[in-house]
Structure formats: structure tokens, C-alpha cells
Write a protein that binds this ligand. Structure first.
Ligand code: ZN
Length: 225
């Protein structure tokens, strides 16, 4: 009787294990399905001569690029196509095709929006790091263009995922940024954290934290769809 009981228990355990495997396979299938074929422009803010914010030797442009590269890897796992605005420490003003746009700064920003049109992208994500005179301020903040409802939804789902990684506001904020205003597709600008906060500055430089932020952003994008 005891042997039969053990055998039964083993069969049940075996069935449960198989169900778990099947569940995982379906979950993975779903995960790739929603973003499959979607084209996402991942914009690492600043670059080259434009460092963005800087504090204690930490340059915003470097943090932005490190997280952009991580985000590209994670989004590939979701089967999305990723177009990076830059893959190195460069400014993008030479890439701007519109002769009417004057000045290095504006040409750099215009080039980032042109990338969306040239790649026929579905989504635009711009990555930045924040700075404030109050060194206590911390946490990621996501922005959207107020006149775009889809951008608001996108920004809110990303903010929600980021607030699970590190304490931050549960909802996104409207922001009148050029790269958001000029985009015709859903767009979000993500301030990944404050380099002026001592703990967060150290976190933002750690590959592990960069990975967590990238995973949260990708999860947010997935939830948006
Ligand atoms: Zn910035």
C-alpha cells in the first residue's frame, strides 16, 4: 500500500511539474507575441560634447547609454526591434537632415525625432538621468506630452513598473520636451533617477540596477500593449 501511495504522489508531483513547464512556455509565448515585430526607438539622451547633468564625475550621458544598451537586450527578448539613437558617446547634430533646423543643440534633438520617421517606429523611449539642488530627491520620473493620450498611458505603465524597483511616484507627469512634443507616435521620456542623490548615483552606475531599470521599462512597454 505504501509503495502505491508513494507512486501516486510521484505521479501527482510529475503532473504538477509538467503543468508548470507548459505554463512557463505559454507565458514566454505571450511575452514575445505582444511586442513581436514592434519597432522601438530607444534614445540615450545627450552624448559627445553634451554631457547632460553631471555630478561628482558621473556624467548623465554615460548612464543613459548604459541603460539604453541594457534595454535593447531586454526588448530583444520580447522579440521587439530596437533602433538605438546612439551606440557610442557621440552627439547627433550631424545626423539631422533638416537644413532649416539651426544650431547644434536643436539639430541634435531633431535628429532623434527624424529617426522615428526613418525607421517607421511604433514607440519612442528617451532615457535621461536627473539632477536637483536638493540632494534628497530621488527616484525615477516618467514624462509624456499632455496632448497625447497614448503617450500618457505608456508613461504611466512604465512609471508603475519603475516604482516597484525603487521608491518613486506611482504616476507619470506631463512634460513639454521637444522629443515628446514632436513625436507623432506614443513617446515617453524617462528620468531614471537622480545623480545628485548619493545612494542613487551609486545605484545608477551599477550594472545590476541598470538591468533592473531596463527590465521594468520593458515590462511597462509590454503592459502598454
Ligand atoms: Zn537629460
Amino acid at each position: 500500500m505504501k509503495t502505491i501511495y508513494i507512486a501516486k504522489r510521484q505521479i501527482i508531483l510529475c503532473l504538477l511539474f509538467m503543468l508548470l513547464i507548459i505554463g512557463t512556455l505559454y507565458a514566454d509565448d505571450d511575452r514575445t507575441h505582444k511586442l513581436s515585430g514592434k519597432i522601438i526607438v530607444v534614445d540615450a539622451g545627450h552624448g559627445g560634447i553634451d554631457t547632460g547633468a553631471n555630478h561628482s564625475g558621473v556624467l548623465e550621458k554615460d548612464i543613459n547609454l548604459a541603460i539604453a544598451l541594457e534595454l535593447k537586450k531586454v526588448l530583444h527578448q520580447y522579440d521587439a526591434k530596437v533602433v538605438l539613437s546612439r551606440e557610442a558617446d557621440i552627439e547627433l547634430s550631424p545626423e539631422c537632415n533638416n537644413e532649416k533646423v539651426k544650431g547644434r543643440y536643436h539639430r541634435d534633438l531633431a535628429a532623434r525625432v527624424e529617426m522615428v520617421e526613418e525607421s517607421d517606429a511604433d514607440l519612442f523611449i528617451s532615457l535621461h538621468a536627473n539632477a536637483a539642488s536638493n540632494s534628497k530627491r530621488q527616484g525615477p520620473e516618467v514624462f509624456y506630452y499632455a496632448k497625447s493620450e497614448p503617450s500618457k498611458s505608456l508613461a504611466n505603465v512604465i512609471q508603475n513598473e519603475l516604482s516597484k524597483v525603487i521608491k518613486s511616484a506611482p504616476t507619470a507627469n506631463p512634460g513639454n520636451y521637444f522629443v515628446l512634443r514632436r513625436n507623432k507616435i506614443p513617446a515617453a521620456l524617462i528620468e531614471v533617477g537622480y545623480i545628485t542623490n548619493i545612494e542613487e548615483r551609486s545605484l545608477l552606475q551599477s550594472p545590476e540596477h541598470q538591468r533592473k531599470l531596463a527590465e521594468a521599462i520593458a515590462k511597462g512597454i509590454y503592459n502598454y500593449y
